[in-house]
Design a protein around this ligand. Structure first.
Ligand code: SAH
Ligand code: SF4
Ligand code: F3S
Length: 455
């Protein structure tokens, strides 16, 4: 069999990170070990995203770059997987003939066989974007990339069909994994030393609500959260993403009562104008979102709320955009991911009249980001002087003496390293706030609950 190396280049959301770890698990029995260096790789897998055109452009650029590497090393196998592979299929092979295989989002189970056939020259090239539903539940062992936090998908696909979004087309119908399977994977991760579990899905609040071949229907997400919270050895439980139309009081209560459920909810608002929310098919109004945010804050006073926002959706007027600015300022999100609307062909919004001119979109994005940055900074500044429980991840990217970790609210913290190890829970005194992160110093090795203000 011999030693072989695989390099993953991953774009897009956490679901792609989780899928890549599963792919690494599928390839391990063939002798593939992970590498960071593309020069030493025998196999390069580009796991792709197509949520916005900028993502696709970047990925086509990266695929183009690999052509030279392949020319120098003809044995190199190059595969493209994930959402853009699903969307482009045959087109991708035509545009980049140096790619050996293209596998869509439903084809994870055929990865090992495909790689084996291509590496042994039994097949020249493969394009497979069949979307068999319900059969992509993973039974192997993920090769996880993080040291302390494990990503666990609880559901696949999306049935919401927001009019701007391509995800339902490239990820297929919503289907949930069984609770036993999820808990078994979580137990295994904890046994390996992981301390934090993040449950993943496009719309976690509808877990178990759709008939599917994988999970029993009628099991609630709150019930799953309670089970995960009770697993021996667990320190923190997170989840992503919540859809405002489906977030239940039961889930909010579960977080309040749970011992390890982190007080952070990522709740994409997308827009502040009812007219646009309707055109987006989001299923809620600004008022409904406002009430939900108030309810969350009332039940979970220490919660951090983060969101996603889109500017420049077709038909967005100055007044509509102002409604976004106003609602965002009123709610006061801890942070927000802000996106320029990107037309995705095949989605209803791409065919809508009144597309907003690019310069207008960009000016609005700048205004929204400037406003949000001020809010994020003001919220973070309030944390200066407090002591927070931080789960240690490891050295920061740019400086080995400065370490990084997260608070229970999911805020990134940097501090000068002493002798703490990845996975330790430590107390950090916050002494400086920035827009996207906090800086501090070690206050003690063990979190002292009495001094920690809600995490
Ligand atoms: N399922 C998650 C997020 C999926 S995509 C949810 O519904 O919250 C992540 C984010 O990308 C979305 O929340 C949205 O803000 C953004 N997005 C999706 N399609 C987009 C498009 N066509 N143009 C710009 N942003 C988009
Ligand atoms: Fe896309 Fe909407 Fe589904 Fe999120 S909920 S993945 S934005 S269709
Ligand atoms: Fe992108 Fe697919 Fe995630 S389109 S955002 S990688 S589900």
């Amino acid at each position: 069999m011999g030693q072989k190396f695989v390099k993953f280049i991953v774009y897009g959301c956490q679901m792609n990170v989780a899928d890549s770890e599963r792919m690494a698990g599928e390839l391990a029995p063939l002798g593939y070990e992970g590498t960071e260096e593309q020069e030493e790789a025998d196999l390069i897998i580009i796991n792709t995203c197509c949520v916005r055109e900028t993502a696709e452009d970047k990925i086509y650029g990266k695929i183009g770059e690999l052509k030279q590497l392949k020319a120098r090393n003809p044995k190199l196998v190059i595969g493209v997987t994930g959402c853009m592979a699903q969307k482009e299929g045959e087109k991708l092979r035509k545009r980049a003939p140096h790619v050996d295989f293209v596998l869509g989002t439903g084809q994870l189970k055929n990865l090992a066989a495909t790689v084996e056939q291509i590496a042994n020259r039994r097949r020249h090239s493969v394009v497979n974007t069949d979307m068999e539903q319900g059969t992509d539940s993973f039974r192997g062992k993920a090769v996880r990339q993080g040291k302390v936090s494990a990503w666990i998908p609880i559901m696949y696909g999306c049935d919401n069909f927001c009019t701007y979004c391509i995800v339902p087309y490239v990820r297929g119908r919503e289907r949930s994994r069984t609770m036993e399977e999820i808990l078994a994977e979580a137990r295994e991760a904890l046994a390996e030393g992981y301390r934090e579990i993040t449950l993943l899905g496009q719309n976690v609040n509808s877990y178990g609500q759709k008939p599917s071949s994988l999970a029993e229907t009628g099991v609630s997400f709150a019930a799953l959260l309670k089970q995960v919270d009770a697993l021996p050895g667990i320190e923190r439980v997170r989840f992503m993403t919540s859809h405002p139309k489906d977030l239940s009081l039961e889930v909010i209560e579960a977080i309040r009562e749970g011992e390890h459920l982190c007080p952070h909810i990522h709740l994409p608002l997308q827009h502040g104008s009812d007219r646009i929310l309707k055109a987006m098919n989001r299923g809620y109004t600004a008022e409904k979102y406002r009430n939900l945010a108030s309810l969350i804050r009332e039940r979970l006073p220490q919660v951090s709320l983060t969101t996603d926002l889109i500017v420049g959706f077709p038909g967005e007027s100055d007044a509509d955009f102002q409604a976004t600015l106003d609602l965002v300022a009123e709610i006061g999100f801890d942070s927000a991911f802000t996106f320029l609307y990107s037309p995705r062909s095949g989605t209803p919004a791409a065919a809508m009249a009144a597309q907003v001119p690019e310069e207008v979109k960009k000016a609005r994005l700048q205004a929204l980001m400037a406003q949000q940055n001020k809010i994020s900074l003001a919220i973070n500044e309030k944390l200066v002087g407090s002591i927070r429980e931080v789960l240690v991840e490891g050295a920061s990217k740019n400086d080995a003496t400065v370490w990084t970790g997260r608070t229970r609210h999911n805020k990134q913290v940097l501090w000068p390293h002493a002798d703490e190890k990845p996975g330790d829970l430590i107390s950090i005194k916050i002494n400086k706030a920035q827009t996207w992160l906090l800086k501090g110093e070690i206050h003690g090795t063990y979190a002292d609950d009495a001094t920690i203000l809600g995490g």
